[in-house]
Design a protein around this ligand. Sequence first.
Ligand SMILES: NC(=O)c1ccc[n+]([C@@H]2O[C@H](COP(=O)([O-])OP(=O)(O)OC[C@H]3O[C@@H](n4cnc5c(N)ncnc54)[C@H](O)[C@@H]3O)[C@@H](O)[C@H]2O)c1
Length: 275
Amino acid sequence: MSTSELPLAGRVAYVTGAARGQGRSHCVRLARAGADVIAIDACAPVAEHNGYAAATPEDLAETVALVESEGRKILARHVDVRDADGQRQVVADGVEQFGRLDIVVANAGVLNWGRLWEIPAQQWQDIIDINLTGLFHTVQAAVPPIIEAGNGGSIITISSAAGIKAVPGSAHYCASKFGVVGLTNSLAVELGEFGIRVNSIHPYGTDTPMGNDLSMYKLLQDHPTYIHSFSPGALPTDSLIAPNDISDIVVWLASDASSLVTAAQIPADKGYLKI
Ligand SMILES: NC(=O)c1ccc[n+]([C@@H]2O[C@H](COP(=O)([O-])OP(=O)(O)OC[C@H]3O[C@@H](n4cnc5c(N)ncnc54)[C@H](O)[C@@H]3O)[C@@H](O)[C@H]2O)c1
């Protein structure tokens, strides 16, 4: 396939939470499909109650190298999704450099554990501020230039299986990820007249630092009955999902192959949500 025949040739994508895990995989796969990339990550500890290590500047540098090795351009910056001005600035700079904006992958997120009536208010606030209000800032930064470009577009929000089926031990996270669904579907209706599609993806346990968070096991030890809410899927589930398999869905939603799909919740769960 020549470069101009690639499904996302000439398009530009904005990806949040791009330093590692699913975000890095999405950057690489969007680049391989022909898109240039604007990428942000906090690259620092973001939520005091997380039980897993934060991403680093070296992680984001690795994403940059991987995108460039695909032959595409990338503008990467250390920006926290809670920083509305920072998101607006990097999107504006990216549009100036690359000429347009077509695709958003709102992927940055955090997860931590605790029963709702026992967690500190700050733990609740950090999750809502990052997973939900951070997405609001992403939308405010990215939507005007996508409309302005006049080419339609695709906004992909990363919710969770826990944004469709609530699980115990992370009600604050579930609330944020259910919130992502409401935002996604309202926005899809508002942006339909501009030919811009908005859909959410709902991964189940995925092989990233978040997905391997061992602090979840402490919660399950303390409350063994909670395990029933974390059943296997319909397909064989001997391992966590590979980020690359989520990226298959991201690239499809970003491309014209999904032109009929908007306001949809796409599970990436091996059938877990139906069990
Ligand atoms: N891993 C799973 O099992 C799983 C399952 C369902 C949904 N998800 C969702 O997938 C998305 C990606 O998670 P992942 O599994 O790749 O986890 P991860 O922790 O490996 O990566 C998340 C990235 O987002 C960045 N980030 C977090 N808070 C940020 C902030 N405030 N500003 C900017 N960047 C920030 C982190 O630095 C990190 O690089 C998240 O929204 C998560 O909730 C993950």
